[in-house]
Design a protein around this ligand. Structure first.
Ligand code: AHR
Length: 837
């Protein structure tokens, strides 16, 4: 294989070689300059998902501090035991049901009754602290003279405490006439023993009053709770009970958790896309992001139900996030709600005549960030402590708008912004819309989102090579391996290497791709959805996945421009397809029988489902025996596999019958580890047949469909890498399976240091013995640095207990002359920095 890679539009030959020989040649011509790489190419995408912000980066330790978690999710109604939207459809995620329990209660708070104390706690909406925080907690102390009665909060899956660590407590309280006792605050362990020095406050009055105190930890604990209690009789109301570590990132009040923020800062992000994707869209119009709810005193911020199944405090609001960007030295990229809610939930569109507030919110956000203190919104920013404008330069209009309703709304907002603030860069993600719905619609930058398998990312290293350079530049705003070998344990080594391979292609096409970010960034290990994170944490610990380290290395080793890089792999023979067989369906129910696998005319397997199905390994769907057939009876994705990973050169025959559902059959072969081929018969809405490798089509699609209740004769021949597929005796596909690239390299120059930077990714179980020929640099070396991110297994990852299991290691080495040999380790990213000065 030969890949020439220094700028777009050049050629790329599909790999015909194998990695078995494990040798390669990289020819680098430093005189052939490629595109400049945006200094702010690598950034982050910060979204409050997986308790990334509340219960994560935002350092607040009390969960449900304002008692607003009892509020039903805005725009949803409780119907037949479920919270549903106006269309009667359920919210997107499971787990939403938990709010059934919350509406009348005080979620995350519990009553503390010690020493025979009597009393109760209740949600109360009389005499609100503010209109935005109408709920409070009413504590009625009937008798606590010989003990204490109080309320406890376990924080977000436990509060982390260390000896000598200080915590800033603040809360609002009022009482009924007659209460004149002290309120005592402590941090306690599981056994109820104090692990902070108790602090008492007095002077509660019948009107709301704020109290502040500092607690000091005396012991290590990662699972502490906060208790506020009294021994006096009477009634006390509480609201906005807040506890922060005294030390926050950059020592900001209402600040961020130091360790998590530092992990982010270590990435040195060039920009921060915020506050989210689905978060800005909301599940309903009432839950769409409105930045105006997120500024000002905390008790004046209206908390809103977020699309990731928890209420957002907005403690880290528009101001705090702009402040964080400034602290990071990153450009803010604000994403605003553009009138269409999340298309992966139930899309709602703001009626066009009512779009005014949506449009105004964009204009006002820009004025808040950039206006001087004489403007209405700039004044509020100055009062919040930042008189200097934040100089917001990038705004994204909506997230993944995906219906016909989006284009007119997008157009309204975009045109208005262009008219009022023509100098800003406007980003959009219109990739979910057919082009014909948005004829002529343009933007300054196009946002694309990619969630896929490692193989998909490796296959798409050349995605932008042939892009029409007249189209707007690109921001790949959400990039992550989420399936295939990197799926179950996202962020592992194979996931990282897949992402890294893709990033080499983005650098090569840096004239098109201006920015890129991983998604999602953060995840609380206890507060996750199905989504993953690049940085995980619990109450006291934090770690980065292998993806974290790979992206960090790409950011730290971003060249100023690429140089021509040609990679040639040893032209050896590709390995034969090997692996087990299987059958399955995609949103369809079907039956299979008379399955035979033969090698050289000798049977490897012959099914007899009337007697047994032992040895079949089911993976989704509902499988059973029906007469002499093996049936998958759900209209679902369901697979079942049989046989040996070493099977090769075989012919598989079977009969298959569709029962009901929207597609046909999946006939699996070459199933080894996480890799598999399948023949998708009647796929794509029962309109086409095609062979796929790890769900990526190889070869051509053929038109065709599958009728229900009819037995089809199916035959798949696998010889070496040749595949032939027959339906009812007719040859439908014949192809040689391509060998995917598994070695990637890209070089560039760092103008400041003069270094030649070579990034190489070797996704193979053996080292890649590589000859590197560098021309155009005159004499250079012998000093060089090699930073390697590698591990023995592609599925290896880091964890809270082993945060550096897979982490980069840097070593010096010497090179002799401009041609030298380097072994790139198995399963690795290597960054070479060759010193030219
Ligand atoms: O990153 C998680 C989600 O994926 C984002 O909110 C959304 O933009 C995408 O669908």
């Amino acid at each position: 294989m030969k890949v020439q890679s220094y700028c777009s539009g050049l050629f790329f030959l599909t790999c015909a070689g194998s990695l078995a020989a494990n040798t390669a040649v990289i020819n680098i011509d430093a005189t052939q300059k490629g595109p400049q790489i945006n200094p702010r190419m690598y950034g982050i995408f910060l979204e409050n998902l997986n308790h990334a912000v509340d219960g994560g980066l935002y350092a607040e330790l009390i969960e449900n501090r304002g008692f607003e978690d009892a509020k039903p999710p805005e725009g949803y109604i409780y119907h037949d035991g479920r919270w549903v939207d106006s269309l009667g459809a359920r919210a997107y995620d499971a787990g939403f049901e938990r709010f059934g329990y919350f509406t009348n209660g005080l979620p995350f708070w519990s009553l503390v009754k010690d020493g025979g104390a009597q009393g109760s706690m209740n949600l109360d909406m009389s005499d609100p602290l503010t209109p935005e925080s109408p709920r409070s907690c009413r504590l009625e102390i009937d008798n606590a003279a010989s003990g204490r009665l109080g309320i406890a909060n376990h924080g977000y899956w436990g509060i982390g405490v260390a000896p000598g660590e200080k915590f800033e407590l603040s809360f609002w309280a009022r009482c009924a006439d007659g209460f004149n006792g002290a309120l005592t605050a402590t941090l306690e362990d599981d056994a109820g023993d104090a692990i902070s020095k108790p602090i008492s406050v007095t002077g509660v009055t019948t009107g709301w009053k704020q109290f502040k105190a500092t607690l000091t930890g005396v012991k290590n604990d990662s699972n502490a709770r906060f208790v506020l209690a009294t021994s006096a009789k009477g009634t006390v109301w509480f609201d906005m009970i807040s506890l922060f570590p005294a030390k926050t990132f950059k020592d900001r009040p209402n600040g961020l958790r130091k360790d998590i923020a530092q992990m982010i800062a270590d990435l040195k992000p060039g920009f921060v896309r915020f506050p989210g994707g689905c978060v800005i869209e909301g599940g309903t119009i009432a839950t769409a992001y409105n930045w105006k709810n997120t500024i000002g005193p905390l008790q004046n911020r209206t908390e809103i139900w977020g699309p990731w199944n928890y209420r957002e405090t907005y403690g880290m609001g528009f101001f705090e996030t702009l402040q964080f960007c400034e602290d990071l030295g990153a450009e803010p990229l604000y994403v605003g709600f553009a009138g269409e809610t999340c298309m992966f939930r139930n899309v709602e569109d703001v009626p066009l005549p009512e779009m005014g507030w949506v449009e105004t919110n964009f204009l006002d956000a820009i004025q808040y960030a950039n206006g001087d203190a004489s403007t209405k919104w700039g004044k509020l920013r100055a009062e919040a402590g930042h008189s200097k404008p934040f100089d917001l330069k990038m705004v994204e209009v909506g997230n993944e708008g995906g219906t016909r309703g989006f284009p007119p709304r997008y157009h309204l907002v975009h045109a208005l912004l262009k008219e009022n603030y023509p100098d800003l860069t406007y980003v959009n993600d219109l990739s979910f819309l057919p082009r014909r719905w948005i004829p002529g619609e343009t933007s300054d930058m196009e946002d694309n989102h990619f969630y896929n398998s490692p193989q998909w990312f490796m296959n798409n290293v050349h995605l932008y090579d042939h892009r029409d350079r007249k189209l707007p530049p690109v921001y790949d705003g959400e990039v992550a391996v989420t399936s295939g070998e990197g799926g179950p344990d996202k962020g592992n080594l194979i996931a990282a290497l897949g992402e890294g391979a893709f990033l080499t292609g983005l650098e090569r096409n840096a004239d098109v791709v201006k920015m890129v970010s991983y998604a999602p960034l953060l995840a609380n290990v206890s507060g996750r959805t199905d989504w993953h994170g690049m940085i995980y944490f619990d109450s006291t610990r934090v770690f980065g996945t292998v993806s974290y380290y790979l992206w960090k290395l790409f950011g730290e080793n971003r060249p100023d421009y690429t140089v021509q890089t040609e990679t040639t792999l040893h032209p050896d023979k590709a390995p034969a397809i090997t692996g087990a067989i299987g059958v399955g369906t995609w949103n369809t129910s079907a039956e299979f029988k008379d399955i035979r696998v033969e090698q050289d005319g000798k049977p490897l397997y012959a099914s007899d489902f009337s007697t047994n199905i032992s040895g079949w390994r089911e993976d989704g769907g509902t499988w059973s025996i029906s007469g002499d057939a093996y049936r998958q009876s759900d209209d679902a994705v369901g697979l079942s596999y049989f046989g040996d990973e070493h099977w090769h050169d075989y012919t598989m025959t079977l009969k298959a019958r569709k029962l009901h559902g929207s597609e046909g059959f999946l006939i699996v072969f070459g199933h080894k580890g996480d890799d598999k081929y399948w023949w998708n018969v009647g796929g794509w809405g029962n309109r086409e047949h095609a062979v796929e490798f790890n769900q990526n089509t190889i070869g051509e699609h053929a038109s065709g469909s599958v009728e229900p209740n009819r037995w089809y004769d199916i035959k798949v021949e696998v010889h070496d890498r040749n595949i032939r597929c027959f339906l009812d005796g007719t040859l439908v596909h014949e192809m040689v399976a391509p060998t995917a690239d598994r070695f990637f390299a890209q070089a560039g120059r760092d103008e400041t240091s003069g270094d030649l930077i070579i990034k190489a990714i070797n996704v193979s179980p053996d080292p890649m013995n590589t000859t590197i020929n560098v021309s155009g640099l005159g004499s250079f070396g012998p000093r060089a640095l090699a930073t390697v991110l590698a591990s023995s297994h592609l599925t290896d990852n880091n964890s809270l207990d082993n945060p550096s299991n897979v982490a980069p290691v840097t070593n010096n080495f010497s090179i002799a002359g401009s041609n030298f040999v380097h072994d790139f380790p198995a399963n690795s990213l290597t960054v070479l920095r060759l010193k030219t000065r």
